[in-house]
Design a protein around this ligand. Structure first.
Ligand code: MEV
Length: 425
């Protein structure tokens, strides 16, 4: 039988969220429980959602948990993490505790510097175009800074240009990077506006056609570095330490493993990025591109031993987060989470995020090099599976603990256990 649904809903964007929900429910043939779920989730949140995105009908709650034990640059910090994945927050708490005796995490940054690219094409002399752009640096500075006087007032603004000629399938192109200090903003709006204002002038000066004008998420001038030392006694001995190093060497040498190893790092990073209303996709894109900067995809982190045989972890990655603009400024939960963090600058936030990524990586490597990942996952995962099969109230713990006792967290077994509980057997 063919599905007679249509994806056309006339004027959806003009409706109120409640009207949209009705229209979508009709068109998608939703049952009452699905409609109720969406309507309930919308309560108290939908006005903001409607401001943030188009065609909003509901919202989706992500758990926010607190990572304890973090010490970053000598400051004790409670870290809110927004994630749906079990074990992620527990891993940070545990890893951070194990490096407290050596002072926790020490960080450094290259400053909040972003870049936008302007693509110049169609010229037979791209090298000449490149130099013509460099000759206009003073005018470029004026155009960029006039685009965002507020940023200049706060000490940011245009810093430099970098002009490259790249080879492409349709021949060489001249690519202009405008480099901008965006202070406490993530900076996308600032640099995109500057790039758009500048592009016609670049065409006029060089004779080349300007096409794309957009920031680069490979924010390699906005890099944060975090390091921490884990004493051998906190790891579980020299054998565990050496196995963790072997786990790291595996990730660094093999992209298949690196993807998963780095995903673990991003479990921590993205959870704090999301909790503070920042752009998780921008951070993910920058992080993975940076991990491939040597021409092949490798581990984002580095691990080695110090002179005393302790394990030293290092994480260096672009971290384009802001405190002003976007959801960060208007989402009350993001604002409250920033208050928990107690940060006053985007720079301070970025340092914490990278430290969390390093803690997460330590936790994952240690688990993988010892008991494996499933043991730690078991308790929370068992509860998720219990929920999945429809357990409610006390049933959830009953199903979860039976699954754990069996050592097999499987949906079919959870269904059987729930049926037995309900039959009073
Ligand atoms: C799971 O979300 C993350 C890990 O797979 C990371 C890793 O393998 O290093 C455990």
């Amino acid at each position: 039988m063919s599905d007679a649904r249509s994806s056309r809903i006339e004027g959806l964007h003009k409706m109120t969220p409640a009207e949209r929900l009705q229209a979508v429910s009709r068109q998608a043939g939703l049952g009452n429980s699905a409609i109720d779920a969406l309507a309930t989730a919308a309560e108290g949140q939908i006005e903001l959602a409607d401001r943030l995105v188009e065609n909003a009908i509901s919202t989706m709650a992500i758990p926010v948990g607190i990572a304890t034990n973090m010490v970053v640059d000598g400051r004790e910090v409670l870290v809110p993490m927004a994630t749906e994945e079990s074990s992620v927050i527990a891993a940070v708490c545990n890893s951070a505790k194990r490096c407290r005796s050596t002072g926790g995490f020490v960080t450094s940054t290259s400053g909040p510097v972003m870049a936008a690219q302007i693509q110049l094409l169609g010229a037979s002399d791209p090298m000449n175009v490149r130099l013509k752009v460099y000759e206009r640096i003073d005018e470029i500075r004026t155009i960029c800074d006039e685009t965002d006087p507020l940023l200049v007032k706060f000490g940011g603004g245009f810093r430099d240009i970098d002009v490259r000629v790249i080879d492409t399938d349709e021949g060489p192109m001249t690519i202009v990077h405008i480099i901008v200090d965006t202070r406490d903003a993530m900076g996308a709006n600032a640099v995109n506006s500057m790039a758009e204002a500048l592009a016609p002038k670049l065409s006029e000066w060089t004779g080349a056609r300007s096409l794309l004008r957009i920031l680069t998420n490979l924010a390699d001038r906005r890099v944060v570095r975090a390091r921490a030392v884990w004493p051998v006694s906190e790891i579980g001995g020299e054998e565990v330490r050496d196995d963790m190093l072997s786990a790291y060497h595996f990730a660094d040498a093999d992209p298949y493993r690196a993807a998963t190893h780095n995903k673990g790092i991003m479990n921590g990073v993205s959870a704090v990025v999301l909790a503070t209303g920042n752009d998780t996709r921008a951070i993910e894109a920058g992080a993975h591109a940076y991990a491939a900067r040597d021409g092949w995809y490798r581990s984002m982190s580095r691990w080695e031993t110090d002179g005393d045989g302790n394990l030293v972890g290092i994480l260096e990655m672009p971290m384009a987060v802001g405190l002003i603009g976007g959801a960060t400024k208007i989402h009350p939960t993001a604002q409250a989470n920033l208050e928990i963090l107690g940060v006053k600058t985007a720079d301070a936030l970025a340092r914490i995020i990278v430290s969390v990524g390093l803690a997460q990586n330590f936790g994952a490597m240690r688990a993988l090099a010892t008991t494996g990942i499933q043991k730690g996952h078991m308790a929370l995962h068992a509860q998720n599976v219990a929920l999945m099969v429809g357990a409610v109230g006390v049933e959830i713990d009953l199903v979860a603990s039976e699954l754990k006792a069996l050592g097999k967290v499987r949906q079919d077994l959870a269904e059987e256990i729930l049926a037995r509980i309900r039959a009073g057997k």
